[in-house]
Design a protein around this ligand. Structure first.
Ligand code: HEC
Length: 162
């Protein structure tokens, strides 16, 4: 009985070992992969900035409020907010000797937990904004835009080069 069970476990272990191996090759990124990851995250951050632009303008009274545009942009922002972070792969920060242009400070590697907490906070705050944007409370929407903006800024102050 025990023997049979042990034997039947062998293929599972093999699968696990193979999965582990492919994960390993994926995380030890080549120079090209690192450049791709940097470009990817910068593009994703640029998409976020483009989506939040009109939200900030409406919140600051610099652009007429349009509930439909506001809700659409807020939903887009919430959809993109989880995406840039996977591009912060090992070896892709400033001074990491990859030759690509990046403003990502080495501090990210020193305090990854704080960095991840901040990007998770952004995911949460943008989700709240998208939810408020489907409602009627304009003051709450505008306040939430400021909260999201502060979440961007807080991370930039700590982890992005000037
Ligand atoms: C958890 C940290 C963090 C948060 C939150 C964050 N950013 Fe950034 N952002 C960075 C880092 C680090 C860089 C530098 C990336 C690089 O150059 O590789 C950056 C770069 C950028 C860039 C420049 C991209 C480029 O083309 O070089 C823009 C635009 C940007 N962020 C917008 C935003 C906006 C808008 C928000 C909020 C909605 C935001 N960021 C939230 C960390 C963050």
């Amino acid at each position: 009985m025990t023997v049979i069970r042990r034997i039947s476990r062998v293929p599972n272990l093999l699968v696990l070992a193979l999965a582990g191996a492919s994960f390993f090759t994926w995380t030890t990124a080549s120079a090209d992969d690192i450049e791709d990851a940097i470009e990817y995250r910068q593009d994703a951050l640029g998409v976020m900035a483009w989506q939040i632009g009109p939200l900030g303008q409406m919140a600051q009274g610099k652009r007429e409020f349009d509930a439909e545009i506001f809700a659409q942009r807020a939903a887009n922002l919430a959809a993109v907010a989880p995406l840039p972070w996977e591009g912060f792969v090992e070896g892709s920060l400033q001074n990491d000797d990859h030759g690509a242009e990046t403003d990502a400070l080495p501090a990210i590697a020193d305090d990854r937990a704080d960095f991840d907490e901040r990007n998770q906070a952004l995911v949460k705050e943008t989700a709240t904004l998208a939810e408020l944007a489907r409602g009627e409370d304009r003051d709450a929407m505008f306040e939430q835009v400021a909260k999201v903006g502060n979440t961007c800024k807080g991370c930039h102050d700590n982890f992005r080069a000037e």
